[in-house]
Design a protein around this ligand. Structure first.
Ligand code: 13P
Ligand code: SF4
Length: 402
């Protein structure tokens, strides 16, 4: 038995999140120097980039992109700011962007406008000749930071010690985790999933075992398992700061799903009260949320699905329909701008972007592209060989189940 009592710690990315919540501001980018004034701890840049206006940065990026031509591909997650996503050659959710990274063999440089775990995934799935760049190295993810490798290893060993050969435990990690966690899954007959294919990944896992350790988002794990007919009393939450995750051996033996105690700081802001208010204000509103939202919120919503699912549902809906959306605000605002014939708003009236996605300011994009023009690769994401090998196995399993 290896687990011990550890000191609970909150990731810095989680603490910083609230600094971004504003009641009356729009999300237009300012100079990086001005954005630093709220006390964020982002990667430092040469002062000239800090002071350049967003308009000038936009011109510079455009020119650099043109000069780099086919050598460069920019991938952008839907949660990116407008001033950045406008330069993406491909936009998508994390599943779609992984597919692009796996299929796209021509470009020498893949600049990933998203967060660290997504860039790691692109590095693992791309060819060894391609170089993946994350414009701001501090663009992490608080949920991913909640599952540290040593804690997950302790958990994995503890549960296996308890269940022995009586059951077979399949590790499954959400894409939103470090490559080391994906590697642990690949090495132990497990799989990666995204919110787009979590359902199919559960089927895959139950064809091979009778228990799932789901990392790191307890909400996606619970919402998906419940949808598959697993009862709430068959699921437990593993607290990494308590011995045996806070459970007895008997409870661990009985549980069908063991959920890591992680969450998304953005999606857990949505509440039943917000849904009630949206329904009261707009008679025929459709409430659509991401499965990282809490169980109650998902059950109260009309529809629930991945970022790509939300986008498609709204874009394909008839003119005049009304949508209250429980996902990241930059994406919701963009959907509203691009679908002016519909009423689209975020469930949460407080403007609260994902603080780590927001770290990709256009100044960083301009900086890394200027580096490439000078023959310097800055902020390359390189996963080590061993981690790469096993995480690739788990990621290829993910790409094969839809
Ligand atoms: P998607 O899998 O929907 O892209 O979600 C990524 C993410 O970070 C959601 O919080
Ligand atoms: Fe991480 Fe949540 Fe941001 Fe997604 S929205 S990158 S899970 S903090």
């Amino acid at each position: 038995m290896v687990s011990k009592t550890k000191k609970p710690s909150i990731p810095i990315t989680e603490i910083e999140q609230s600094a971004f919540c504003q009641t009356d501001e729009d999300l237009a980018s300012k100079t990086l120097q001005e954005e630093f004034e709220i006390g964020v701890q982002w990667q430092k840049l040469p002062i000239s980039y800090m002071r350049t206006s967003p308009e000038q940065l936009s011109n510079n990026i455009q020119k650099a992109k043109k000069t780099l031509g086919q050598k460069l591909v920019i991938l952008g997650h839907h949660y990116q700011r407008n001033e950045v996503i406008q330069f993406a050659d491909f936009r998508g959710d994390s599943f779609k962007l992984s597919q692009f990274a796996a299929e796209q063999k021509e470009a020498e440089f893949i600049v990933f406008c998203g967060v660290h775990f997504m860039a790691e995934t692109a590095d693992i799935l791309s060819t060894p000749q391609q170089k993946v760049i994350l414009p701001n190295m501090t663009a992490g993810c608080s949920m991913s930071d909640m599952a540290q490798k040593d804690d997950v290893l302790d958990c994995w060993e503890d549960i296996n010690d308890v269940i022995g050969s009586k059951s077979s435990l399949i590790p499954m990690t959400y894409m939103n985790s470090a490559a080391a966690i994906k590697s642990l899954c690949g090495e132990n007959n497990g799989i990666v999933c995204t919110s787009s294919n979590a359902d199919a990944a559960f089927d895959w896992a139950f064809e091979r075992g009778d228990k799932i350790l789901f990392l790191p988002d307890q909400h996606l794990g619970r919402n998906t398992a419940y949808k598959k007919g697993i009862k709430l009393n068959e699921m437990i939450v593993w607290n990494p700061f308590k011995p045996l995750g806070g459970h007895t051996e008997e409870v661990l033996e009985k549980a069908k799903i063991i959920l890591w105690q992680g969450h998304c700081s953005v999606h857990t802001r949505f509440t039943l009260e917000q849904i009630r208010q949206a329904r009261e204000t707009h008679k025929d509103i459709n409430v659509i949320v991401h499965p990282e939202c809490t169980f109650d919120v998902v059950n109260e919503a009309d529809l629930c699905g991945s970022t790509e699912f939300i986008k498609k549902a709204i874009v394909d809906s008839p003119a005049g329909t009304k949508w209250a959306v429980g996902t990241e605000i930059s994406m919701v605002n963009r959907l509203a701008e691009e679908n002016p014939d519909k009423t689209i708003f975020c469930l949460d009236s407080v403007v609260c972007p994902c603080s780590t996605m927001y770290r990709i300011h256009p100044a960083y994009l301009s900086w890394v592209l200027d580096g490439l023009l000078e023959g310097v690769v800055v902020n390359q994401i390189q996963v080590d060989q061993k981690t790469r090998e096993f995480s690739r196995i788990a990621l290829e399993r993910m790409l094969s189940v839809v």
